[in-house]
Design a protein around this ligand. Structure first.
Ligand code: WT7
Length: 629
């Protein structure tokens, strides 16, 4: 495959110009570098008002042919996946393209033997082991739609996702390791499946050796895989057939199953991967995300494999066995591109810098950041101590919904600016809007919006196109509205300032406040609650929950512990509020709407800056909240 990246500022500028003048030919030129069984007959059809977005219409492909088969001709023996286990005492694994192809085909046959076919939904609730990447690709091989659920989610959250997509098969493991903890994934799956009727089979990977309960529809992965060979022709997919569903939390109600399709997603993830990270043949690339999130889908599995890269998968955590683990792994595998989250950097920054310095990081060429705004201090620590002021840092802004990176510098090719994601990629038309939805020019602060589609935009919300329209295309008709605010400097660089809706990014995880409130309200003592984010030095944001109870509370500590547990059980431990405050009332407008703006200020303890509270229905609660916060 041709190198998709612009390696010089000139070629970048030329591409950018061309993409604005001729967006369709721009994307068609890029798409030509992939293997298609038959080409598209129309590049793009879209209507943001409807909304409807289709790319490479009529094109036929299978993304796994592009991620695997074609590399067998050029570099079958190159390592595709390096697997670094949780425990450094365990052996790393090196899986070549040839072996990966064979294992994916085998797993695909295992799925088929268990009744899976094109269009079926398959839930992956697995630890960060090679079999997870293999499962993703095996689904794609046969045209089944994978729905990966992060292995930190609770049984309730898992069940909700299985039910929403009506999955017929669940792939899981006995357990997964995270530092010195083991998560009983099979047990959690069993608990979830008690509330699901669509699932016909559970296939269980033996990984930790944890003892598991065995049910009628359970099968061991190793038994099933032993029954099949590795000969599996790829299913011919339409460009617009769904490739996967991935859930992301919304500001209201249940999680949104974002649907990504085959053709556009393939083209965009490969294009953005190669350009942003400036990956070169032979490099070792490591993204520390989990495949349960979009970052893992796009930039551990699909993007890197589509361009034939070597991608590293890590099962562990940055703090185990010590806070130098990331750097130890970088040194051990001579990592060239390293991609992580600001929250991890901030956590590591608190520990002695000798934990970084004692490892040889001379292989590093590019550093990346994703998931939330990176603050100045973290940026410089990353630059000084990890990059030794010698590695460009790409601050990549994007979302589950966008499928790939939309705003970022291209490492070493375009200028970086600390705390700024910088410029939209060629092919991305970003704008700033004022509250009325008018585009604002030059340097300003406003609402970020995108005014032209790109190939990897999610096409719908599974089973709820109306919600897709309402959330992303209705607030500012004619634009895609991501829900973030941004600042733009005189050179056109964007700095993302944070969410403008009721989503809070905690440790890089996107959490809607509504589902957390719903969980809190389940407690028999809670009548009403409101959850807001407040600045936190490691997590970026943490959650502050205000709860109104229906009786006097003798021991608030017990209630707080129960509420935290309830949230962990309903959503997952990542959603547990840092602070839970019992209050007698919430600040409300006369029409009864909770004033979240004021709650955010109270949670941030910005008391001087509350604005006019005299129009509230119950201004007296403000004093009370301040007093006992
Ligand atoms: C939200 C999307 C994209 C993969 C991980 C998160 C925030 C993401 C940045 C960045 C500032 C960022 C935004 C966005 N975000 N990257 N580089 N700078 N904010 O995916 O869970 O869908 O969350 O994460 O608020 O809307 P996600």
């Amino acid at each position: 495959m041709k190198d998709l990246s612009y390696r010089t500022p000139e070629s970048y500028l030329e591409a950018k110009d061309y993409s604005l003048q001729n967006p369709e030919s721009f994307w068609a030129e890029i798409a030509k570098n992939f293997e298609w069984y038959s080409p598209w007959n129309k590049v793009l059809k879209y209507d943001f008002l409807k909304p409807e977005i289709k790319w490479f219409l009529g094109g036929k492909l299978n993304i796994t042919e592009n991620c695997l088969d074609r590399h067998l001709i050029t570099h079958p023996d190159q390592t595709a996946i390096i697997f670094e286990p949780n425990d450094p005492k365990d052996k790393a694994q090196y899986i070549t393209y040839k072996e990966l192809h064979s294992r994916v085909c085998q797993a695909a046959n295992m799925l088929k033997a268990n009744g899976a076919k094109k269009g079926d939904r398959i839930c992956l609730y697995m630890p960060m082991v090679p079999e997870l990447a293999i499962a993703v690709l095996a689904c794609a091989r046969i045209g089944a739609i994978h729905s990966a659920v992060f292995a930190g989610f609770s049984a309730t959250a898992l069940a909700a996702r299985i039910n929403d997509a009506e999955c017929s098969i669940v792939l899981t493991a006995d357990g997964g390791y995270r530092g010195n903890k083991t998560t009983p994934l099979k047990e959690i799956t069993d608990e979830a499946l008690a509330h699901c009727t669509s699932v016909k089979r559970t296939i269980v990977l033996q990984h930790t050796g944890l003892k598991v309960q065995w049910n009628k529809m359970d099968l061991w992965w190793h038994d099933e895989i032993a029954k099949v060979n590795d000969d599996c022709a790829a299913e011919i997919m339409d460009s617009e057939d769904p490739l996967f569903i991935l859930y992301t939390s919304g500001s209201t109600g249940k999680p949104k199953g974002m649907v990504h399709t085959c053709g556009g997603y393939m083209v965009y993830t490969a294009y953005s991967f190669q350009n942003v990270f400036q990956y070169q043949k032979g490099d070792v690339y490591w993204c520390t995300a989990d495949i349960g999130w979009i970052t893992g889908h796009s930039y551990i599995v699909y993007g890197p494999l589509a361009v034939g890269a070597t991608t590293l998968m890590f099962e562990g955590v940055p703090s185990y066995p010590d806070f130098g683990r990331f750097w130890e792994v970088c040194a051990k595998h001579k990592v060239n591109q390293f991609y992580t989250a600001p929250t991890a950097i901030r956590a590591l920054q608190k520990h002695p810098v000798t934990l970084v310095d004692k490892h040889d990081l001379s292989s590093l060429k590019v550093l990346g950041s994703v998931g939330e705004p990176i603050n100045e201090e973290a940026w410089h620590w990353y630059d000084d101590h990890v990059g030794k002021n010698n590695c460009p840092i790409v601050d990549t802004w994007w979302q589950t919904e966008t499928g790939g990176i939309l705003i970022s510098s291209l490492a070493g090719v375009t200028p970086q600016k600390p705390t700024y994601a910088t410029l939209p990629m060629p092919g991305i038309q970003a704008v700033l809007l004022d509250n009325e939805g008018n585009e604002i020019e030059s340097s300003a602060e406003g609402i970020l919006a995108i005014k032209y589609p790109w190939p990897s935009i999610a096409r719908t919300i599974w089973g709820d196109h109306e919600r897709y329209k309402n959330v992303y295309f209705s607030a500012y008709p004619g634009y895609y509205f991501p829900g973030d605010g941004a600042l733009r400097d005189g050179d056109g660089n964007y700095r993302i300032t944070g969410r403008v809706d009721d989503v809070v990014i905690v440790s890089g995880h996107n959490l809607g406040t509504a589902p957390i409130e719903n969980a809190l309200n389940e407690h028999q003592l809670v009548v009403e609650s409101a959850v807001v984010g407040f600045p936190h030095d490691v997590k970026g944001n943490a959650l502050h929950a205000f709860v109104i109870t229906n009786a006097a509370i003798d021991n608030p500590d017990i209630l707080v512990a129960e509420l935290r547990e309830l949230v962990a059980k309903t959503i997952g431990p990542i959603a547990k509020p840092d602070r839970i405050q019992v209050v007698s009332g919430l600040p409300k407008t006369r029409s009864g709407k909770i004033m979240r703006r004021i709650l955010r200020k109270l949670a941030a303890r910005e008391y001087d800056n509350l604005g006019d509270v005299s129009t509230l229905l119950n201004p007296e609660v403000i004093e009370e909240i301040k007093q006992n916060s």
